[in-house]
Design a protein around this ligand. Structure first.
Ligand code: PMT
Length: 426
């Protein structure tokens, strides 16, 4: 919670019975050293009076968009610029829907639209409204735009129903909010991230590949940027837009990814290998399209260079994070890769039919990770990939800072090795 000290939090309160709990949120934010300004929607004021929040925040409460007096003081644009983060707690179903549409017809939605700082929502509503496909689709849309959703909790609701829809308790709410201030942890560091699949040509029109969309790797690159790092993103063939403030290098094959990573690894502090690199590629690529002639056809394959193992072998002091995509025995295979590749941390996820709870790590917007490092482990439960990426960066930073002093001194030391080994079994 230290991260909230001296932060400017704009707290939005919308029309939900849980509005009364926002008083506790204001109090705890101020206890944590944050400066708080409250913006209430008209619906919010139906449940609790602005006077309550004025007393608790020690600041006037902002209510109206088209109020000449208010705009002459701190208008909606100034409020948007003032905040380090916006927390809307409780966020009603209606407010969430209006955010999705980009409405700006009241003060809070206008501030959210104008602001560029992290937006965090704590939904609170009747469980039927929460589970309604419209609300769920709205939540997914906001998550895909980088909005952090905290909660809701399950339990008995004010309306008497039992289910999901209660405002998240203040403690986890503020812990989640403080996550967005993980930024700065990697200031001055360079992070290289690989993402997406690779394509291994069979002939001029066909290739071998996999289902990686690049979403996980791109989210990690964005989270590293947020944390203040200079980021190089080496991307396989994906259709994702380039995140702001990073250098993107597009590649197609495992060989190209290997060459590009090698060419840019000097000066890198942390290497995160999220790409689903093909383990094998056709031994021969025909010059012309292969014609359908025989009943059966055999394509001979050779191993691709193992980028992660090779980087760790050449730069033993470089902090290397690998991924393990598994369809069975997740922990066993992940620990084996951690040890065999000699890396500092591995993030393991289920893929394929085994990934029911995470809706399939490949291509989906959500994922779950189990992290293993030589003397510890952690579990990151199902969440949107951007959120998971921020949590992963938090763990990486911790392990990176706690790494043994010997590696700190060998960061830039290059170990000469013979030409690229072929290492099957990644
Ligand atoms: O892209 P998304 O759709 O969002 O999906 C995310 C993901 C499932 C692709 C991602 O979370 C993930 O698991 N990435 C690693 C996939 C993979 O190739 O795992 P692996 O267990 O086969 O490889 C182990 C590690 O070695 C990986 O870090 C991989 O990048 C690396 N490797 C593998 C082969 C090779 N030739 N070179 C490598 O560097």
């Amino acid at each position: 919670m230290d991260r909230l000290a001296n932060k400017r939090i704009l707290l939005g309160i919308t029309g939900s019975i849980a509005a009364y709990k926002a008083g506790e949120v204001v109090r705890r934010l101020r206890d944590a050293g944050a400066e708080v300004r409250v913006v209430m929607t008209r619906g919010g004021t139906e449940f609790v009076t602005p006077m309550t929040f004025q007393a608790l925040s020690g600041q006037p409460v902002h209510l109206h968009l088209l109020d000449a007096d208010a705009e002459a003081g701190m208008g909606h644009i100034e409020l948007a610029h003032w905040a380090d983060a916006i927390l809307v707690a409780p966020a009603s179903a209606d407010f969430i829907a209006r955010l999705v549409l980009g409405r700006a017809d009241d003060l809070l939605s206008a501030v959210c639209l104008a602001s560029r700082v992290p937006l965090v929502l704590a939904p609170a509503m009747n469980s039927g409204m929460w589970h309604n496909p419209a609300t769920q689709a709205n939540i997914r849309t906001l998550q895909s735009r980088g909005v952090l959703i905290l909660g809701p909790d399950e339990g008995k609701q004010a309306c008497g129903e039992v289910g999901a829809g209660r405002l998240l308790a203040t403690e986890p709410l503020l812990a989640g909010l403080s996550e967005v201030f993980g930024r700065g942890l990697l200031t001055g560091k360079t992070v290289l991230v690989t993402a997406g699949p690779t394509r291994e040509a069979i002939d001029p029109v066909r290739y071998l590949s996999n289902h990686s969309s690049g979403k996980m790797g791109f989210s990690i690159a964005e989270a590293a940027v947020e944390a203040g790092a200079r980021v190089i993103l080496v991307a396989g063939p994906v259709t994702l837009p380039t995140p702001d403030h990073l250098q993107r290098l597009d590649v197609v094959s495992a060989g190209e990814m290997f060459d590009t990573v090698m060419a840019h690894i000097q000066g890198v502090d942390i290497f995160i290998a999220t790409a689903a690199v093909a383990d094998y590629r056709p031994l021969r690529v025909t010059e012309n399209k292969i014609k359908k002639k025989a009943e059966r056809m055999v394509i001979e394959l050779e191993p691709t260079p193992d980028i992660l193992s090779e980087i760790k072998a050449r730069y033993p002091g470089l902090f290397c994070v690998g991924f393990a995509a598994e369809t069975s025995d997740l922990e066993t295979y992940a620990r084996d890769k951690l040890q065999r590749k000699g890396i500092d941390m591995i993030a393991a996820n289920w893929v394929g039919p085994a990934a029911i709870e995470t809706e399939g790590a490949f291509g989906s917007d959500t994922n779950a990770l189990r992290l293993f490092w030589p003397d510890g482990e952690a579990e990151l439960t199902v969440a949107a990939k951007p959120k998971l990426a921020r949590q992963l960066i938090g763990h990486i930073v911790q392990c990176y800072q706690n790494r043994p002093p010997r590696s700190k001194h060998t960061d830039t030391k290059v170990v000469s090795l013979p030409d690229v080994k072929r290492t099957p079994g990644s």
